[in-house]
Design a protein around this ligand. Structure first.
Ligand code: CUK
Ligand code: CUA
Length: 632
């Protein structure tokens, strides 16, 4: 550790000129080419002689959470192409849990159990980018986590009580569901953006006519998870945001040209920030001023073309990506990937712009220069903003009021600090930043590349989710967090707002299906251990367990039978999960304390098959097993 004293403090953003030069190589390429190249090859390894910066000095290491201590925050991470959500403790950055969402998960049986199969069908992959929690009065109400599936145009919800997915909804007339954001004044709509423009109707009648394609801004009821309405616009939509009052939602549009090629998408000087006027849209829906598109019954407000009572188009520099609302609710900050600036929109001016009293562009009150390739912005409780800068690989801290002052007085410098991150940062988020209770303690930089930061584990490197202390005037990098593919965004939530169950309360909506089967069969889930033949080729096997035993030791079926196992874990002890694995049948699922799960499979081979408990539950865990006898 002594050598640490000889190394540079990497919190000095200008510390490593060699690294700076190395990154400039990419920045010097034309913007879009550089952005694209980062996902291909040219920055794969640092140049010869490159010295990685040292960790922050010990004085800043207050992120350490000692053995036996708990974190102060829950971090909810999207899992990208893994299709899942992860929970990390912050500031320790310890991964605490993975919640399977759109993926099949061997450990829990998600994607195989009857309940999850009903939600997923046969689709076992997804692409989660954005996780956001349900709100009440501008802060988290601790009930739900929402996450998008870009790959399959779906929205999923996790119930925080159980930390399991309870609903998944398909979004009609949509592809590339990317930005989502719940309303913040209460659990109202979750707004979802289609990133990809498609023919509307998309049934083959209209194919290679991109000029006619359109995209949907969709409102889903965060409580019922019903799709309530859609607004159709001409441009694509990337990230989403909502205000704090329930008046507006926002979407960045990086392809106002409506092009289908990269060159075409970069043709115009400016793109736009869409602002949706939710009360006006609701009025139109109620009055029936809507259309139906394709075979969906969801009412669609057609707002293509000019500004209207429904949609305002605020011109912003080219190719915006992120849009984020500051904790006061006064400002929307949009970032243009191909402009070194962020655009600050005064939300309080939007009403005048909708009324035609001012131009949409008059709502812009600042446009500070923050670096090459700005993507996303988060906030502290002291009026500062932190923007992730992809090409420069820095987090730029800037002051909002100073940026507004600079807009009319060029001598004001709003930039507070630029901090190197490693490398190619996508999203950044700060503790409670998406609420009015932003507290300015910790910032996460979700870096797409880790290059030299970890042991070489082969071609696919971990991502690097870095922890930054933002409690002081200057930012300090304090931790490197390797993560598996590929978090895009995270939210960091005070722990007093999150209260999951430790033992199932048996009130989960999922229980309705098991109770219905038990009623139909005249049995009690808590006491029944027997097989019931339901038809020529279908049996139900009711089973209970207490460590270390299943209370059904064997059952006999015929080759070809569909077998539905309904297993109830009677243990009432925190952390005492059992599970059920049927050897050689691709059946493996968990049953948490006081929970019931069911799984249906085909007994397609005659013979004897042992089922066993895969979760290490007891000294005699290995003895926790039984036999399925399959008559040929
Ligand atoms: S994200 Cu989805 S492409 Cu910047 Cu929110 Cu990574
Ligand atoms: Cu139950 Cu192992």
């Amino acid at each position: 550790m002594a050598e640490r004293h000889h190394q540079k403090d990497q919190t000095d953003e200008l510390a490593d000129q060699g690294r700076r030069t190395f990154l400039k190589g990419s920045a010097a390429m034309i913007g879009a080419a550089a952005l694209g190249a980062c996902s291909t090859n040219q920055q794969g390894t640092p140049h010869e002689g490159f010295t990685p910066p040292a960790p922050a000095p010990a004085t800043h290491n207050k992120h350490e959470v000692k053995p036996g201590q708990l974190d102060d925050y829950y971090g909810f991470w999207s899992g990208g192409q893994s299709g899942e959500i992860r929970i990390l403790g912050v500031p320790s950055m310890r991964e605490l849990k993975r919640i399977p969402v759109f993926n099949r998960d061997s450990a829990t049986g998600w994607g195989g159990t009857d309940f999850s199969k009903d939600l997923l069908g046969n689709r076992m992959s997804g692409d989660t980018h954005h996780v956001h929690l349900s709100y009440e009065n501008g802060t988290y109400d601790g009930r739900y986590v929402y996450v998008n599936d870009k790959a399959g145009a779906r929205l999923a919800r996790v119930r925080i009580a159980t930390m399991e997915v309870d609903k998944i909804v398909d979004i009609p007339n949509s592809q590339g569901t990317h930005g989502i954001f719940p309303q913040r004044h209460k659990t109202g709509y979750v707004m979802c953006n289609s990133e990809f423009r498609t023919p509307q109707v998309n049934d083959g009648r209209d194919l290679d006519t991109p000029a006619n394609y359109a995209a949907m801004h969709t409102a889903i009821d965060g409580e019922t998870m019903e799709v309530k309405w859609q607004v159709m616009v001409e441009g694509n939509m990337d990230l989403a945001a909502t205000d704090y009052k329930g008046l507006y939602s926002f979407a960045t549009c990086y392809n106002s040209e409506g092009a289908d090629t990269l060159e075409g998408m970069m043709a115009a000087d400016r793109d736009r920030l869409y602002v949706f006027n939710i009360p006006e849209i609701e009025k139109a829906v109620q009055a029936g001023n809507t259309i139906k598109v394709g075979d969906s019954d969801v009412p669609v407000v057609d707002a293509r073309g000019e500004n209207s009572a429904y949609v305002l188009r605020v011109p912003v520099p080219k190719s915006p990506h992120g849009v984020n609302i500051d904790p006061t609710g006064n400002y929307a900050v949009a970032s243009g990937k191909l402009s070194p600036t962020v655009t600050v929109v005064d939300i309080n001016k939007l009403a005048d712009a909708f009324a035609g009293k001012i131009q949409p562009r008059d709502c812009v009150v600042a446009e500070p220069e923050v670096g090459l390739g700005p993507l996303h912005t988060c906030f502290d409780d002291r009026g500062n903003a932190y923007t992730s800068i992809f090409i420069d690989s820095v987090i730029t801290k800037w002051n909002i009021q100073k940026a507004i002052a600079q807009y009319s007085d060029a001598s004001v410098n709003p930039i507070v600090q630029k901090l190197d991150v490693h490398y190619q940062v996508g999203h950044t988020n700060a503790s409670m930043s998406e609420t009015k209770e932003a507290d300015g303690k910790w910032l996460i930089a979700l870096c797409k590349f880790s290059k030299d930061r970890f042991l070489n584990v082969g071609m696919l490197h971990p991502e690097n989710d870095q922890l930054v202390d933002i409690s002081g005037e200057r930012m300090h990098l304090v931790h490197d967090g390797p993560t598996y593919s590929e978090p895009h965004d995270c939210v960091v939530v005070r722990k007093d707002l999150i209260h999951p169950l430790k033992v199932q309360d048996r009130k989960d909506a999922r229980f309705a299906i098991y109770e219905a089967w038990a009623k139909e069969d005249g049995v009690d889930l808590l006491t029944t251990n027997k097989m019931i033949r339901k038809g020529k080729n279908f049996v139900r096997v009711y089973m209970t367990s207490v460590a270390p035993a299943f209370f059904l030791k064997k059952f006999t079926v015929k080759k070809g039978d569909r077998v539905q196992v309904i297993l109830t874990n009677l243990d009432n002890v925190e952390d005492l999960s059992h599970g059920f694995c049927m050897s050689n049948h691709d059946v493996n699922f968990i049953v948490n304390p006081q929970d019931t799960q069911s799984y249906t499979f085909t007994a397609d081979k005659a013979g004897v098959y042992w089922y066993y408990c895969p979760w290490f539950c007891h000294a005699l865990h290995l003895e926790m097993r039984g036999r399925m006898l399959v008559e040929g």
